[in-house]
Write a protein that binds this ligand. Structure first.
Ligand code: NAD
Length: 261
């Protein structure tokens, strides 16, 4: 315990779902947390209270991951506020489901900006501090959709494949600087992002939400189980541990066998 004491972690999109799970697991290991993501004041206060209850510092940064300048400014603000940055988790993401001819141009731009370009901007802003201190752990939350495709998810699949490419480049550029960069590729994790897809499936097929959930899992995920946000968070903690000090440029599938098929 407390293996990450005196480390500062910036977790994008940590007001909900997987990002919140990651922030809580890092906090349980003693890291101070820069919280980011959308949400009203009550949601953000609730997230900050959950994290500080563990006994670490937490501050909220309202950087909009849709906008490069705002994203970079958020990282700089966190470095100033905490006096350093050691761990960066690029987790913020959105989904949009439509076939290519029906895919709205602005939805394409939104998904690419939030799921891919934001990670370029956070990494660009974080690297000078990490390089000068000779330590950094960058973890990109990609997806099985960074490794394989599904129909009707053109922007998401393109963004996540791109994120894995970015992960490898950052790993190579910093390999001898004690800065690692790895990607985690979850299959299904039950969060608001996936609940929306389950609800849409239930509506489209005229079935119950429980049956839609079973159908979703059985189509792609052989384990027939969701991974939890806490499990993804514990994988992030592992990537920040000494055991993973020489792991870089890797993609870790966390997908119940989805990509083994
Ligand atoms: P979620 O909707 O619960 O959380 C997404 C987070 O991103 C929220 O905190 C939200 O506020 C934030 N966000 C969205 N747009 C933003 C913006 N413009 N600026 C700042 N923050 C913004 O979704 P989730 O399922 O927890 O997804 C988190 C990440 O995990 C995403 O990158 C997603 O692609 C990835 N992922 C999820 C699953 C899954 O099954 N849930 C599977 C694979 C990968």
């Amino acid at each position: 315990m407390n293996t990450l004491k005196n480390r500062v972690a910036f977790v994008t999109g940590s007001t909900s779902g997987i990002g919140l799970g990651i922030a809580l697991e890092l906090a349980r290991e003693g890291a101070d947390i820069a919280v980011n993501g959308l949400g009203d004041a009550a949601t953000i206060d609730g997230v900050l209270s959950q994290i500080t209850a563990v006994g670490v510092r937490a501050h909220y940064f309202d950087a909009n991951m849709r906008d490069g300048k705002s994203t970079q400014a958020g990282v700089y603000a966190a470095i100033t506020q905490f006096g350093g940055l050691h761990i960066l988790v690029n987790n913020a993401g959105i989904q949009h489901v439509a076939s290519v001819p029906e895919f709205a141009d602005e939805k394409w731009d939104d998904v690419i900006a939030i799921n891919l370009s934001s990670s370029f901007h956070t990494i660009k802003a974080a690297l000078p501090a990490m390089q000068s201190q000779g330590y950094g752990r960058i973890i990109n939350i990609a997806s099985v959709h960074g490794l394989v495709a599904s129909a009707n998810k053109a922007a998401y699949v393109a963004a996540k494949h791109g994120l894995i490419g970015l992960t490898k480049v950052v790993a190579l550029e910093n390999a001898a600087k004690n800065i690692t960069c790895n990607a985690i590729c979850p299959g299904w994790v039950l969060t608001p992002l996936v609940q929306a897809q389950i609800d849409a499936r239930a509506k489209a097929q005229g079935i119950s939400v429980a049956d839609a959930e079973k159908g979703l899992l059985s189509e792609k995920e052989p384990s027939l189980r969701f991974t939890t946000p806490a499990q993804i968070g514990q994988t992030v903690v592992f990537l920040c541990s000494d055991a993973a000090a020489n792991m870089t440029g890797a993609t870790l599938a966390h997908d119940g066998g989805w990509t083994a098929q």
